[in-house]
Design a protein around this ligand. Structure first.
Ligand code: PHE
Ligand code: ZN
Length: 889
């Protein structure tokens, strides 16, 4: 908890550390009511720092928080209080030699650590979370990523309750102490920063497998879970082996220790953590089997396992110099895992999902008070910067480099980067430098993507000269002001495009100045504020297919007519852009309905949307997952994001009206496709594989439309699906539509039987909370408040907070934005209570309130009042203080 106003930390103030820690020897004695940590640090003056003019040594300032210092020695000499200074976050002492050894002993209290940072207990086991600055809650240390050290760790604990004792690296010794306690020592041969340290002690079972690397090294793979979950780890293990193979094939990266371990923990602030050789995962990102996890959960497990594994190179072997460089590892690793998922499943569908997510959530962040560049230049609390911008936009920046350089040259660049910087802590500039050196491409202007916040707009207009057979595309880019950045310079925007003829064929692309066409789909670079490209030899005016595959994270606009969008939906050879055309058509139609609602007119759906979706549904050759994606109307969150002033009620009414009208008009093809797919689901056993995902996704979106018709045969089918299925994907989809339906007795019965059946499975109960929290039927807040009293709910578990409170505020927009402000008041109350127990989770729940500028004057006032109430509610964590104060600024 902060005692004074938290300070801003600036990138420009970066200074190399005065001292280095060559070796770190840790001993943990774990007890039920406290833990003792002994640390021996073998240190020396950093040769990179110039000695000061007097030739003296600078003071050594170690980080440390919430530690009870028991002993301190410098080179075997016990220090007394006169020898050092202690405040609530530092221990300062004066070395007298260039090389020295510090020994310290501290007492800490993992058993009462509710913030889940540092060493803490979760479901009876001990575990750690050190990124970004949690290690300082374990021992006094130079807790910064550019201080890399070789770690040896001994863990001692009572044997019966904690039979498994783990840390990073390889196990080198074990023993028992005769008093019911035992110990194990682990040694990590690789230098690493403290944020990659991990320790686990608990009563765990593991599934073991092996992997032979490309140079024929044998690696033991282990996934540790609580005994009752041992039947839910095979999917994660399969995902791990696929990831290891993929990283060898696509990036030439091989695993480097003899053992790789994953541990699942129930209480975790984030998804997972890439600690060297000992990844610690939120159990929601490891456990998956048909009966208890949806297809989406299976895909998430696969992606997160890959992400954390990939960090072994992009993050661990080459790490960040300071936390401003966070996207160096996160953006790159998200790009790597998204390409992995694209290779394992459907590439186009993966891209659609990622882009829909980015445009709804990251674009909103980039337009709000917390907007920051991919490489921020200031922060108060680093935990607040694990953002969609660092992760998802960071990944888009890497994708653009990949697009500009091509896969092969990009690979040369990544090889050079890993080779040049292995064992180092580096910057985003170092990464780009490696890409430039390997390719010969000058990326200096491109680097503005790292330093300028905000989502660029790209307005495109066309003109056709029938006499000259030329077609001109005029691009105009701009970027709105963001906090601290009023003016922006032009970005390098790669625009992949094609020109289509009246049959939808791609035309040869020849620009003015070129002596022959260069392909039929190509990447142009828009680098100026205004720039035109003229294409030659076009006998008729073509239709452009722009920003194919979403080749840059921008808001592109082109004055397409609805008929042109319908044409692109059918004919564009770029699958992503076929979907995108459908989204743009839907947005136009929905915005028209929103206008009608606002003017108090009767709502009338443009029948072109009906016929466009009818032909999608009737097209048997389309990938079923694509059909499902194309049937999904833009969400309320996205419609909010693209509104000048979001009219919550009109958006909800318009979208629901469109869904019902589509359901009625398309009843027959929806029902036909539902029945075929449902029959296949009934007759085939569940497989977690992409063609099965596709089939079930179409089945379930069809069901969600069909239920809007209120027909008895649909209700019967829904109940049958709910009751008779071998997997959570079908069961939960049926439950979700029932929860949103007017069939109250069927709904209540389904909710009750589901809870009865799954009451002992926390992850399944999270889903049960979520579908109810997201239900847009009236009375949402009252339902959520009642659910908070449910025995399976607890504010101490981050997954529960996200499942109930996060889903309500983030997905149930019509209820959260109730005009009386009750939703806002509720959320503020939860943030105030979480602020004391878990600041990171508290701060993350604030997102929806920070967007207050998007709404009408009365909602703005209500939202601001709640932010102000939080601000004066008492002692605020730096996490919550930063977000609230920036939101009100
Ligand atoms: N570094 C983790 C990841 O992206 C995320 C994380 C950050 C986890 C901070 C815990 C704490 O893989
Ligand atoms: Zn990561």
């Amino acid at each position: 908890m902060r005692t004074e106003q938290p300070k801003m930390i600036y990138l420009e103030d970066y200074q190399a550390p005065d001292y280095l820690i060559d070796e770190t020897h840790l001993t943990f004695e774990l007890y039920e009511d406290h833990t003792l940590v002994h640390a021996q640090l073998v240190m020396r003056r950093n040769p990179a720092c110039a000695a000061d003019s007097t030739g003296g040594l600078p003071p050594l300032v170690l980080d440390g928080q919430q530690l009870e210092l028991l002993n301190l020695a410098l080179d075997d000499r016990e220090l007394t209080v006169a020898d050092y200074q202690l405040d609530d976050s530092h221990l300062t002492l004066q070395p007298t030699q260039e090389r020295f050894v510090i020994d310290s002993s501290v007492r800490i209290h993992p058993e009462s650590n509710t913030a889940l940072e540092g060493l803490y207990k979760s479901s009876g086991m001990f575990c750690t979370q050190c990124e970004a600055e949690g290690f300082r809650k374990i021992t006094y240390y130079l807790d910064r990523p550019d201080v890399m050290s070789k770690f040896t760790t001994t863990v001692s604990a009572e044997q019966h309750s904690y039979p498994v004792l783990l840390s990073n690296g390889n196990p080198i010794a074990t023993g028992s102490e005769g008093d019911g306690r035992h110990w194990a020592t682990w040694e990590d041969p690789f230098m690493k920063p403290a944020y990659l340290f991990a320790l686990v002690a608990g009563d765990l079972w593991c599934v073991e497998d092996r992997f032979t690397t490309m140079s024929a090294r044998e690696v033991t793979l282990r996934i540790y879970v609580e005994p009752e979950n041992i039947d839910k780890v095979q999917h994660a293990m399969d995902s791990l082996k696929k990831s290891m193979t993929w990283d060898e094939q696509v990036y030439g990266r091989e695993y480097d220790l003899d053992i790789f371990m994953i541990v699942a923990v129930n209480d975790f602030n984030m998804g997972a953590m890439e600690n060297k050789g000992l990844n610690i995962f939120n159990s929601s990102c490891v456990l998956a089997r048909a009966e208890t996890a949806t297809d989406a959960a299976h895909q998430r497990v696969e992606a997160v396992v890959a992400h954390e594994y990939f960090h072994n190179w992009s993050g661990n072997r080459v790490t960040c110099r300071d936390w401003f460089q966070l996207s160096l590892k996160e953006g790159f690793t998200v790009f790597r895992d998204s390409e992995f998922s694209a290779d394992m499943n459907s590439r186009t569908v993966k891209r659609i999902e990622d882009v829909a997510y980015l445009r709804t959530h990251q674009f909103a962040e980039d337009a709000g008070p917390m907007a920051h560049p991919v490489r921020p230049d200031a922060y108060m609390e680093i935990s607040n910067f694990y953002t969609l911008t660092i992760y998802e936009k960071g990944s888009e920046v890497l994708r653009m480099i990949h697009t500009l350089l091509g896969a092969e040259t990009f690979r040369k660049g990544s090889d050079l980067y890993f080779e040049r910087h292995d064992g180092q802590a580096v910057t985003c500039d170092d990464f780009v430098q490696a890409m430039e050196d390997a390719s010969g491409v000058d990326l200096s202007q491109f680097k503005r993507w790292y330093t300028q916040a905000g989502t660029p707009r790209l307005e495109v207009s066309e003109s056709y000269d029938a006499a000259a057979n030329t077609y001109r595309l005029q691009f105009r880019q701009s970027c709105p002001a963001t906090p601290g950045q009023a003016e922006k310079l032009p970005f390098v925007i790669p625009v992949e495009l094609a020109l289509l003829d009246a049959e939808g064929r791609e035309l040869p692309l020849q620009l003015v100045g070129e002596d022959k066409p260069v392909g039929r789909s190509r990447v142009l670079q828009v680098t100026q504020a205004e720039q035109a490209f003229t294409f030659l030899n076009l006998e008729a005016k073509p239709l452009p297919s722009l920003l194919r595959g979403f080749s840059a994270p921008v808001k592109l606009s082109f004055p397409y007519s609805r008929d042109q969008l319908m044409f692109l939906m059918q004919h564009d050879s770029d699958g992503f852009n076929r979907w995108e055309a459908g989204q743009q058509l839907s947005v136009q139609v929905l915005q028209e309905l929103i206008g009608q609602h606002q003017r108090g007119e009767a709502l009338v759906l443009d029948q072109r949307l009906v016929s466009a979706l009818r032909s999608v549904l009737e097209n048997a050759s389309l990938d079923q997952a694509m059909v499902a994606e194309m049937l999904s109307l833009p969400g309320e969150g996205y419609l909010t994001e693209i509104s000048e002033v979001a009219d919550v009620d009109a958006i909800h009414a318009a979208r629901e009206f469109a869904r019902s009208a589509l359901a009625t008009a398309l009843f027959e093809p929806l029902w036909a496709r539902y029945q075929v797919n449902r029959e296949l689901s009934r007759s085939t056993a569940y497989v977690a594989e992409s063609s099965h995902f596709a089939r079930r996704s179409l089945q379930n979106i069809a069901l969600s439309y069909l239920m809007l018709t209120g027909k008895a045969e649909v209700l019967a089918a829904c109940l049958e699906q709910f009751e008779v299925c071998d997997n959570m994907t079908e069961r939960l989809a049926a439950l979700a539509v029932l929860v949103n339906s007017p069939f109250t007795s069927e709904r209540d019965a389904a909710l009750q039987s589901f809870a009865e059946h799954f009451k002992d499975n926390a992850l399944v109960m999270d889903q049960w909370f979520s579908v109810q929290a997201a239900s847009t039927l009236p009375g949402g807040l009252v339902r959520v408040q009642a659910l908070m009293q449910h025995p399976a709910f607890t504010m101490k578990n981050p997954n529960k907070v996200r499942a109930l409170i996060g889903a309500f505020a983030g997905q149930n927009l019509i209820n959260f934005h109730a005009a009386d402000g009750s939703g806002y008041r509720f959320l503020a109350d939860q943030v105030i209570s979480l602020n004391a127990s878990n600041p990171q989770i508290a701060s993350r729940q604030l997102g929806p309130l920070t967007r207050w500028r998007k709404y009408d004057a009365s909602r703005q006032a209500l939202m601001k009042a709640e932010l102000e109430r939080i601000l004066v509610s008492g002692e605020l964590s730096s996490d919550v203080f930063e977000v609230v104060s920036k939101s009100l600024a």
